[in-house]
Design a protein around this ligand. Sequence first.
Ligand code: UT7
Length: 334
Amino acid sequence: MQKKNNAVNAEITAVGMFIPEKILDNKYFESLVDTNDEWIRTRTGIIERRMYEGGGTSDMAYFAAKDLIEKYNVDPKDIDAIIVATVTPDMFFPATACLVQEKLGATNAWGFDLSAACSGFLFALQTGSSLIESGRYKKVLVIGADKMSSIVDYTDRNTCILFGDAASAVLLEPTENKNFGVIDSVLRIDGSGKDALNMKAGGSLNPSSHETVDNRMHYIFQDGKAVFKVAVKGMADISVEIMNRNNLKSEDIAYLVPHQANLRIIDATAQRMGITKDKVTINIDKYGNTTAATIPLCLTEYYRDGKIKRGDKLVLSAFGAGYTWGAIYLVWSL
Ligand code: UT7
C-alpha cells in the first residue's frame, strides 16, 4: 500500500459522546445466566455496561453529534457528510446516517452507514479522512454508534456479558499542517472469519421467518476462543506494522487507543508494541464492548479528562467481525 500524497490532512476538530443512563453490572447477569462477577472481570475486564431504552441507534448517534455540535458551536448546515459506523442500524434502510441527518437538521449533508463491526470507527475515520483529503469536503461527521443490546441473546452466557450500548462522534476538517490529523492507516478484511462472529438471519441469505426467530438466528453468534486467537495476533501485528511504517518507537506514542473487546487482547497488543499500561486508553471496565463506539469514546473521554493533549501521537487499533481489522496513526490537534 502506498503512502498518501495529499495536499491537506484530515484533523479531528470536535468530539462528542452519548452514554445511556441504565447500568447493567456483572451481578445482574448472575440472575440471567450461569456466570459470576469474578469470571467476567478476569476473562474480559468488564465491570459494567450500559443499556439504551430510549430509541434506536440513530437516537444515540444524534445525541453524540448534538453534544459535539453544542460544545463546539458547529452549524449543522455546514456539515458536508455524515458517516455512521454501526452494525445495529435502526433499520436495514434507510441508512442511519439519513435519520441522524434529519434529527440534526444537517440540510446540506450527504452520508451513509459503514458496516465493519468493531473496526467500524477506524474504517469510517479513514473514509472520512479521504473525503477531506480529496479537497471536496470541509466538514465530515464520523460517528461510531451501536445499540448492541438490540442483538444480544440474554440467554447466551458466552456473549451477553460482553456488549454495551453507546455512541460517539468526531468532526473532521482539513489542515495544511501535515504534522497533525490522520497521518497513516493500515486496514484489512478477511471473509474467512465470517463463521466465527456473525448474526445469521435478517439478511438476504436467511430472511426473517418464524424459523429464524425460533432458532435464535437474529442474535450475535461468537466462537469466542477462535476470535480471541486471531484478534490477539491481528491487532498486535497491525499495530506494530503502523509503527514500523511511520518509524514510531514506543516512547513516541502518547497513547494506544485500542478497540475494547477484551482487556487481555488489549494488554497483549500493548506488550507487543512495548507500551506500558498507563499509555493505553481503557473504557471496557465501564462500558463493555460498545463495538463501533469504543475508540471515539476513549478519544472523547481521555481528551475531556485532560489526558490526551494537542500534539500527542496516537495509535488507534481494532479487530472485529468479518474479519475486519486495522490501525490508524493520528496526531491529536485539539
Ligand atoms: O469485538 C470483536 C471481536 N471479539 C473479540 O475480540 C472477542 C474475543 N474473545 C474473547 O474475548 C473471549 O474468547 C471471551 C471473553 C468471549 C471468552 O473468554 P475465554 O477465556 O476465551 O473463554 P472460553 O470461551 O474459552 O470459555 C472458557 C470456559 C468455558 O467452559 P468450559 O468449556 O471450560 O467448561 C465456557 O463455557 O468459560 C465458560 N464461559 C463462562 N463461564 C462463566 C463462557 N462464558 C462464560 C461466562 N461465565 N459468561
